[in-house]
Write a protein that binds this ligand. Structure first.
Ligand code: MLT
Length: 405
């Protein structure tokens, strides 16, 4: 008997950003005269930089010539890119990560959704609350989260670690021991970041409890403070307990180009001594034919001196928006967090308004789109996220409209 995967049917509603896109599309259809500004999904607005464009053009030309044409890419990534990543993102930071521990992919979203496949279905997951929805939803699809309680908006088998102003947005150790711990720092959605000392405590905890940390470092390029680590492998012992996921979307503007990578150190083993590196390699081999050569060449251009200077300028551009949003909201009397080491600003809604009510108000009265905090988890209720990835002009205009509310 043909039967759909019942785990999918447990998912309440559509994916957060699809729900928002639908709401915005219907508002625009009903109000064609209004100019809506999107500070919702964290999608970049600035074009790819010259070094990357040149590399893309060159790679396209190579694909068009008999001598340099490429077919399937190696499923774990081209050596030239893995080498550039190992050198620039790890060795230069004093982290002991080898080229063959780096798995190139088509993006951090796929990797953060797929990585759970290499763990047993009975493993217990712990997530920060609020959280990037992919971590929870992908575990729901895998049947690892138990039943959903619509009142509390929680899954029975998920360990939630509230991250609020009270704990400075750094999760406390949970009462129950998780097998898999998801940490994203700098954090999406709160825009806050963990210090190296705080992250080291989590690494120590994971080692002591035999857990693995899945560390999402997609926003590391936005770190401005010295005590915030760019990689979990800056913490001692992380090679035996952590997987790290990276994106080229947020630092270099590849949201439409697609490229990312995941590090699985060879020292990382489960309780029976099985190395997870081999499992992830096996998965790549079976389910992935490698990120396209053209994209990987563009990724390598990010690590050239020109590429580095250009992405630094991109990051500064967006961080100027973060400052505009933060200062603007503060002037308007809002309580705000984040926006120092991350391109997200997390604000408390006015008058304890529900997150989705504030979303509607902002859309209707200011024609500005943001993301309701409760969409990221129950502890996000009463909060709201704005992204710094807009253009300067739209960000300034959005702040003007919000101040007038
Ligand atoms: C977000 O807005 O949270 C991100 O852009 C989503 C993503 O990176 O997939």
């Amino acid at each position: 008997m043909l039967k759909a995967n019942q785990n999918y049917l447990k998912l309440p509603g559509s994916y957060l950003f699809s729900t928002i896109a639908k709401k915005v599309a219907s508002y625009k259809e009903a109000n064609p005269d209004r100019t809506v500004i999107s500070l919702g999904i964290g999608d970049v607005t600035q074009p790819l930089s010259p070094a990357i464009i040149k590399s893309l053009h060159d790679a396209v030309d190579e694909m068009g010539a008999k001598e340099t044409f490429k077919g399937y890419a190696p499923d774990l990534g081209y050596d030239f890119l893995r080498k550039a990543i190992a050198e620039n993102d790890y060795k230069k930071r004093g982290c002991d990560i080898a080229e063959d521990e780096i798995f190139v992919s088509d993006g951090a979203k796929s990797d953060s959704g797929n990585i759970q496949e290499i763990f047993d279905e009975n493993c217990k997951i712990a997530v920060c609350d609020p959280v990037y929805p992919v971590y929870v939803d992908s575990n729901v699809m895998a049947g690892r989260t138990g039943t959903y309680d619509a009142d509390s908006e929680r899954w029975s088998d998920v360990i939630y670690m509230p991250c609020t102003a009270e704990n400075n947005f750094v999760p406390d150790f949970p009462e129950k021991t998780p097998d898999i711990i998801y940490i994203c720092s700098p954090n999406n959605p709160t825009g806050t970041a963990m210090s190296k000392a705080d992250l080291q405590k989590w690494v120590d905890y994971a080692r002591e409890h035999g857990s693995v940390i899945i560390y999402d470092a997609a926003y590391e390029a936005y770190i401005s403070e010295d005590d915030v680590p760019h990689s979990i492998y800056e913490c001692s012992g992380a090679r035996t307990c952590a997987i790290e996921i990276h994106s080229f979307s947020k630092n270099a503007g590849f949201t439409g180009t697609r490229l990312g990578y995941t590090v699985v150190p060879k020292d990382l083993k489960d309780a029976e001594g099985t190395a997870l590196h081999g499992l992830w390699a096996r998965r790549h081999g079976t389910k992935f034919n490698g990120a396209p050569y053209i994209q990987q060449k563009a990724g390598a251009a990010v690590y050239t001196p020109e590429g580095q200077a250009e992405i630094k300028a991109l990051v500064s551009y967006y961080m100027e928006n973060a400052k505009t949003i933060k200062d603007g909201l503060k002037d308007a009397g809002y309580t705000v967090y984040g926006g120092v080491n991350a391109p997200y600003i997390w604000l408390a809604t006015p008058d304890n308004m529900k997150s989705w009510d504030f979303f509607d108000r902002l859309l209707q009265d200011a024609n500005v789109v943001g993301t309701p905090g409760s969409g990221f988890g129950p502890s996000g209720e009463g909060y709201f996220r704005l992204t710094a990835f807009g253009t300067h002009e739209n960000t300034i205009e959005a702040m003007r409209r919000i101040k007038e509310l």
